[in-house]
Design a protein around this ligand. Structure first.
Ligand code: AMP
Length: 383
């Protein structure tokens, strides 16, 4: 892949595809993580005398129409404060002010307002890819999508390269995928086995231990022959869960927190063998065995909570686990929206070696898939 640092970008116009898809409430950005993650590439480009037009998507607007609630204006405001200089919003891709405004950083309105983004058209790809002198792809979080700004633009651009965040993500994730130091422990929690089946299968072939959590654990608990009452499980996944259990790496919880309702009616702590037919497993305790495994691991991969952690009644397992990961001296890597919000809630983000900005892209990368944007970048040759 051609790296930004290998190119001369002085006085060049750079179109940088970033992922600034952030939560916004009443015009205010609620979480700045993804904007801050763009800083290394932006600072590098400015320090080397380039001008920047940022491109990002936000939410899921109807393509071809401007919708105020999906406008990137609040993002530009937050970004101006983080970057320490004005970020000018550009509404039209044909605006002659592009690269000729007063500001060294401009931000194109939500790329999903533009026809052709979703369909990955050659036309929009060509326009975006060649709007400046160089197309820099730095949006790891959308690198699993084949859209005009994430795929066609890279193919159509006369010159395209990877940004610094993308390189960091690929380096860190590859470490947990291929160059793992052992013992290697994966923790896979969350709601459903089906959404993470490929990940579980791939990791199960590489890791020494796979700790399951949340609704995913419930399906494995059922596969192991226990009563799960009214818990969230996936009946269609019980067979495959049984096959995975037979491989001997999956670690089930020993004690769980049950309740008759999500509101916490009759909460109780139970052995997994004692769950009643009217109960739901909504959290799990982190056993001594799991603590020992996490603390002695050299590589830890974490995706997905151990329980319904958004609700304080059922957040104990996820909190305990995040604290164990924070204590561990191994290389820890976490990804996924829910996982990062748990980290922000319970521990200091710096106590995890690497937090990926990707959700779907993180999962697909860790499944061992070739992501479309990365594939397109690899096919580019230096001119
Ligand atoms: P995911 O997006 O697959 O990582 O799933 C995260 C969601 O799973 C969170 O919103 C949790 O509330 C939910 N979850 C975790 N544990 C359970 C459980 N035992 N029962 C139902 N939902 C759960």
């Amino acid at each position: 892949m051609i790296k930004l640092s290998s190119l001369n970008i002085a006085n060049r116009n750079l179109v940088i595809r970033v992922d600034m898809n952030v939560p916004i409430k009443e015009g205010d950005v609620q979480d700045l993580t993804r904007i801050k993650a763009c800083l290394p590439t932006i600072n590098y480009a400015l320090d080397h005398g380039a001008k920047i037009l940022l491109v990002s998507h936000l939410g899921r607007p109807t393509e071809g129409t401007y919708e105020e609630i999906f406008s990137l204006k609040p993002v530009a405001k937050a970004a101006s404060e983080i970057f320490g200089q004005g970020v000018e919003v550009i509404e039209s891709i044909d605006d002659p002010a592009i690269f000729h405004g007063n500001s060294s950083i401009q931000l194109l309105e939500n790329i999903r307002f533009f026809d052709g983004e979703k369909a990955n058209t050659e036309e929009l790809g060509d326009k975006l890819g060649n709007l400046g002198d160089l197309y820099v792809f730095d949006a790891f979080g959308t690198s699993h999508r084949e859209q005009a700004s994430t795929h066609s633009s890279i193919i159509q651009a006369n010159a395209a390269c990877s940004g610094i965040l993308l390189e960091q993500e690929i380096d860190a994730l590859t470490k947990a995928l291929n160059n793992t130091q052992k013992p290697y422990t994966a923790i896979i929690g969350g709601a459903k086995v089906s959404t993470k089946l490929e990940l579980i299968k791939n990791i199960n072939s590489k890791a020494d231990h796979v700790i399951v959590g949340g609704g995913i654990a419930n399906t494995f608990i059922k596969a192991a022959g226990y009563e799960v009452g009214q818990s969230l499980i996936e009946e269609s996944m019980v067979g495959i869960a049984r096959e995975l259990l037979d491989k001997g790496k999956i670690i089930l919880p020993e004690k769980v927190i049950t309740s008759e309702t999500f509101e916490g009616k009759n909460i109780s702590e139970k052995n997994i063998s004692d769950v009643g037919i009217n109960e739901m497993i909504l959290d799990q305790l982190v056993s001594q065995k799991i603590k020992d495994i996490v603390l002695s691991s050299k590589t830890i991969l974490w995706n997905g909570p151990l329980g319904v952690f958004e609700n304080d009644f059922f957040s104990k397992g996820t909190e305990e686990l995040s604290k164990e990961i924070a204590k561990s001296e191994g290389f820890s890597i976490a990804g996924g929206g829910e996982t990062l919000s748990a980290i922000n809630k319970f521990i200091n983000k710096d106590d995890v070696s690497y937090c990926s900005t990707g959700g779907g892209a993180f999962l697909e990368f860790m499944e061992g898939k070739d992501l479309p944007s990365i594939q397109a970048l690899k096919a580019k040759t230096q001119r």
